[in-house]
Design a protein around this ligand. Structure first.
Ligand code: ADP
Ligand code: MG
Length: 190
């Protein structure tokens, strides 16, 4: 069972689908599943998002995973604590400025836009994944400048234990002007 995780917009759904096809595994898009199964408590109009009922989601997903045969790839922003031994997490990362221009094409409020860019900059999803599943099970891929095929191949190498993935720290690796631009964006929020 592989979680394809990361900030909204990094490409989880796109990569997850292709990876599942390559692995001949099933594919589940968790946000879609949450909507279909109505696993939310309410719709937050200000944030334009459903508030996920995490307790019910965990229960329902655990049951669902017991029933299916074979491997499954799950694309998700939200990490679910599952008691399954074979869980792997691949966190997709993307240069926060590239993420910003990708997210601008979505119907996001400015707050939500910047919130996500900030989360990517800090690596929030990766921290959460490591907290839940431990360093050994969590790997990252810097997808900046990679096409879908290359990213999927990197996922496969990680799953086959032939790659340790990428080390990502945007604070260190961004160019000076990129960092300046980002910090200005964050400051404008306060
Ligand atoms: N290398 C890439 N990997 C994944 N998505 C990409 C890539 N390059 C461009 N994209 C585009 O970025 C968007 C990613 O959206 P999506 O897969 O829904 O992300 P998420 O599920 O993480 O929110 C899609 O429109 C996709 O076509
Ligand atoms: Mg998605």
């Amino acid at each position: 069972m592989v979680f394809i995780a990361g900030t909204p917009g990094v490409g989880k759904t796109t990569i997850g689908k292709h990876l599942a096809r390559t692995l001949k595994a099933k594919f589940l898009d968790l946000p879609e599943y949450v909507k279909q199964e109505k696993l939310y408590t309410r719709y937050d109009r200000a944030r334009r998002a459903y508030v996920v009922d995490e307790r019910r989601l965990k229960k329902r997903l655990s049951k669902f995973l017991e029933l299916i045969e074979g491997d499954i790839v799950i694309a998700t922003h939200l990490l679910v604590p599952l008691n399954k031994s074979g869980v792997r997490v691949i966190v997709l990362r993307l240069n926060p400025l590239a993420l910003l221009s990708r997210l601008k094409r979505r119907n996001y409020t400015q707050n939500k836009l910047f919130e996500n860019v900030e989360a990517e900059f800090l690596g929030v999803t990766c921290h959460e994944a490591v907290e839940l599943y431990g360093m050994r099970r969590v790997k990252q891929i810097d997808t900046t400048g990679l096409d879908v095929g290359r990213t999927v191949r990197k996922c496969v190498l990680i799953i086959k234990n032939r790659s340790k993935g990428d080390d990502i720290d945007w604070m260190r690796s961004l160019r000076g002007e990129e960092l300046d631009k980002l910090l200005k964006i964050f400051a404008s929020l306060r």
